[in-house]
Design a protein. Structure first.
Length: 349
């Protein structure tokens, strides 16, 4: 398992609150997210306030994603994960394969309390975010205009970075090659379209670096290791706000999607996981996250609690949504395993 583990409690990292509650449960609630600055923000907005209110403890872990990791957790033997933040295709695949508990919507406030896209049989939306093109303004004199510039090493020299995996990478390659947004998945469903995407990647193979964790693009930009990178919009904005960076964001043809919370099948902490989700689904609680890291929220009514300038920086802002490609969850459910193998063969070649 790739990740780290850390104990959290209402009164500090090793406080011993909630003895009575823990005596009735085999272990503390384990919450798994993406680490880095994002999980730091979740800790302040969701985890610690919930623990303070209930006087009990959370065990945090981080992971790098991947349906195979979730599948292994359900194999015979102890599974220590309870509540996991997953990407959209992991939600669908895991639900179809029975890796997750069905979501008890009555226990977390009802379907009507959430945006329609946040409601599913096995999960509840956590955040909406976008993959954007980012660069370090002091180091890159020519501002990129879109994904095509990521592949134009003559116009903007230097190394590039993409997320290691076919999802988002293949879409970006086709968008950069001039395929219209409304044709991307139709083309990826054909051998011709896949060949076109991999040819585009091959054209800059020598200049490509591959990131696996959301914290790596900001680290690589700050160190001057890459000139351009695909990145999560919130990580780039947070580096500018907290670390004094001057990173640029190109929203043109951003790729937008939703992460969800799921409860792992057979979790002995299902009731506490649901209690946490009910707390974290309140609009006044969710409104605390975008000022820390600008991702779109999933509870109805959050926007009314946020100032206009902040709303304009979110991936859910109308101009950003209008220029976005919505990641096709069903395409990736049907093709993820096959394209993972093909992508790894490309890297090995």
């Amino acid at each position: 398992m790739r990740g780290r583990r850390q104990w959290l409690a209402a009164g500090g990292a090793l406080a011993l609150g909630g003895r009575a509650a823990r005596a009735q449960n085999p272990r503390d609630l384990t919450v798994v997210s993406w680490g880095g600055a994002f999980q730091d923000a979740q800790r302040d907005v969701f985890f610690r306030p919930w623990m303070t209110a209930r006087d009990e403890r959370i065990l945090e872990e981080t992971w790098a994603g991947g349906i195979d990791d979730l599948r292994r957790r359900i194999q015979p033997g102890p599974n220590t994960w309870d509540l996991v933040q997953v990407e959209s295709e992991e939600l669908l695949i895991g639900c179809e394969e029975g890796l997750f508990e069905p979501m008890d919507w009555d226990a977390i406030g009802g379907r009507e309390a959430y945006r329609p896209e946040a409601v599913s049989a096995c999960g509840v939306g956590a955040i909406q975010y976008s993959f954007i093109l980012a660069w370090d303004r002091p180091r890159v004199a020519t501002s990129p205009r879109g994904w095509a510039d990521l592949f134009d090493t003559a116009r903007i020299p230097g190394r590039r970075a993409l997320r290691r995996g076919p999802k988002t990478t293949l879409e970006i390659a086709l968008l950069a090659d001039g395929v219209p947004r409304n044709r991307v998945y139709a083309e990826l469903a054909t051998e011709r379209g896949l060949a076109q995407a991999f040819r585009r990647l091959e054209s800059i193979r020598a200049d490509l670096a591959w990131w696996e964790r959301g914290s790596e693009p900001t680290q690589w930009l700050a160190a001057g290791e890459v000139a351009l990178t695909a990145a999560y919009n919130g990580r780039i904005a947070l580096a500018n706000a907290q670390d004094g960076r001057d990173f640029g964001i190109a929203w043109q043809q951003n790729l937008t999607t939703l992460d969800s919370w799921v409860i792992m099948r057979g979790s002995p902490n299902r009731a506490r996981a649901l209690a946490f989700l009910r707390f974290a689904g309140q609009p006044q609680v969710q409104a605390g996250l975008p000022p820390r890291i600008p991702y779109g929220m999933t509870a109805q009514g959050v926007e009314a609690l946020l100032p206009g300038p902040l709303l304009a920086r979110l991936p859910t802002a109308p101009p950003h949504l209008e220029d976005s490609l919505r990641i096709d969850d069903r395409f990736w459910v049907d093709n993820l395993d096959r394209l993972n193998r093909r992508f790894e063969a490309f890297l090995a070649g």
